[in-house]
Design a protein around this ligand. Structure first.
Ligand code: ADP
Length: 448
């Protein structure tokens, strides 16, 4: 049993985790940088520890400071949230050496999936459909040319240690390949300290559909359906929904079962997400995230489950309380990521929120960490929070989202709310007729 959990994160996800802990009667410790002294997670936690200056490397990514904060406060376990330390296998091991629990999978599983080449090999071995591509890293340009000739253009070059949509390069011809190969390697080295890259077939018009999976330490594994995350800008998700308008129940069942079976055989513990591209009725594995996702609330709303609570309980060694046959999907949920950015240029817009009014009423959930007078710091990502709307069906959910966006008032800084107001009345969005290219095309056409 955990009596006290330290949340190694900030922003809306730290607040989300504190809420789950308090619902379970577990005490909480917030950590924060000097820039986050007045942050909501610090005010909501039972205790807080300042772990360093604003730069994430010196605070939220500072392992000695995090371990010291656990020791000082006597925390039994750490919830890493997403980003920061959430997929850091070394951190997970160091916690273990200090007898502190990590709310997530084992270091071994994090490592296996964090290395994207290894992850793809594992996915293939356990029966998941993968994108055709190189068997491992592509070490020379000659090898790259040969593989591209085999699988056919266009191809995409990706960093083995990549993440956050960075360092990916597309080549449509042999001429483009040379430049793409070297620039991908240079970016990978600069961004991730590892210049290994691999290649796969570039799919022209796929959707991004991911399956939420969950495993426990007793060999149980389930899936909680899919999330449609195709609305992306620069490979970053902007709006997510569950379930996907592109799948029928037969496809949903088959990809869900294949995914759950794989994690059962791997012996995966805790929450995970298997990301696929979906095109012409086929799924292609792209990666597995071994943590809670930003967009987890849409799954919570259609299943009635609390994923953070499930994470805490499985990390304490409990069996999953639900079986696959108990999981029903009901209604529809949509999440909008509300960022402190200009909605046309997407330039981050830190500053003081002069006035904040969150929407409420039936079918509305706001996971945020801001308030009137809050100063959005310049040091971290620009997400202020998430607006999640739920209704009995997709059409009513979109209608409700229109109402709710009109209620949402944030003054003093620019936000992405106006973009969502435009999207929510768009014909393609209303019809569920979009893929991962759609938003970029829409922005090019309408926002130039
Ligand atoms: P990251 O870990 O950096 O987010 P992913 O492998 O998950 O990288 O890919 C992120 C996004 O890049 C996907 O959601 C998709 O939009 C695009 N992408 C990745 N692989 C392919 C591919 N083979 N073909 C087309 N688009 C791709």
């Amino acid at each position: 049993m955990f009596d006290k959990i330290l949340i190694a994160n900030r922003g809306e996800i730290a607040v989300r985790i504190i809420r789950a802990c308090h619902d379970l009667g577990i005490k909480t410790v917030a950590v924060h940088s000097t820039a986050d002294e007045n942050a909501m997670h610090v005010q909501m936690a039972d205790e807080s520890v300042c772990i360093g200056p604003p730069s994430s490397h010196l605070s939220y990514l500072n392992i000695p400071a995090l371990i010291a904060a656990c020791e000082i406060t006597g925390a039994d376990a750490v919830h890493p949230g997403y980003g920061f330390m959430s997929e850091n296998a070394d951190f997970c091991e160091i916690l273990q050496q200090h007898n502190i629990g990590f709310i997530g999978p084992d270091a071994k599983q994090i490592r296996q999936m964090g290395d994207k080449i290894e992850a793809k090999k594992t996915a293939k071995k356990f029966g998941l459909p993968v994108t055709p591509g190189s068997k491992g890293s592509v070490d020379t340009i000659d090898e790259a040319i040969k593989i591209a000739d085999d699988i056919g253009y266009p191809i995409i070059i990706k960093a083995k240690a990549g993440g956050g949509g960075r360092g990916m390069k597309v080549a449509r011809t042999k001429e483009e390949l040379r430049e793409a190969y070297y620039s991908a390697k240079t970016e990978a080295k600069a961004g991730f300290g590892d210049d290994d890259v691999y290649m796969e077939k570039f799919l022209d018009n796929p959707r991004h559909i991911e399956i939420q999976v969950f495993g426990d330490a007793h060999g149980n594994a389930i899936h909680l359906g899919e999330r449609e995350c195709s609305l992306q800008r620069r490979h970053q998700k902007v709006l997510e929904e569950a379930l996907s308008p592109a799948l029928d129940s037969k496809l949903r069942k088959s990809i869900g079962e294949i995914s759950a079976k794989a994690i059962r055989e791997i012996g995966y513990k805790n929450a995970g997400t298997i990301e696929y591209l979906y095109q012409d009725g086929e799924f292609y594995f792209i990666e597995m995230n071994t943590r809670l996702q930003v967009e987890h609330p849409v799954t919570e709303l259609i299943t009635g489950l609390d994923l953070v609570e499930m994470q805490i309980k499985t990390a304490m060694g409990e069996s999953l309380a639900v079986k696959q046959k108990d999981i029903n999907f009901s209604g529809h949920a949509i999440e909008c990521r509300i960022n402190a950015e200009d909605h046309r240029s997407f330039i981050p817009c830190p500053g003081t929120i002069e006035y904040y009014h969150a929407p409420s009423g039936p079918g509305v959930r706001v996971d945020s960490a801001v308030y009137t007078g809050y100063k959005v710091p310049q040091y971290y990502d620009s997400m202020l929070g998430k607006l999640i709307v739920y209704a009995n069906d997709r059409a009513s959910c979109l209608k409700r989202l229109q109402r709710v966006l009109d209620e949402f008032i944030i003054e003093g800084i620019h936000t992405t709310i106006p973009l969502f107001k435009n999207l929510v009345t768009n014909k393609d969005i209303l019809e569920g007729n979009y893929n991962i290219k759609w938003l970029e095309n829409y922005l090019d056409t309408n926002y130039c």
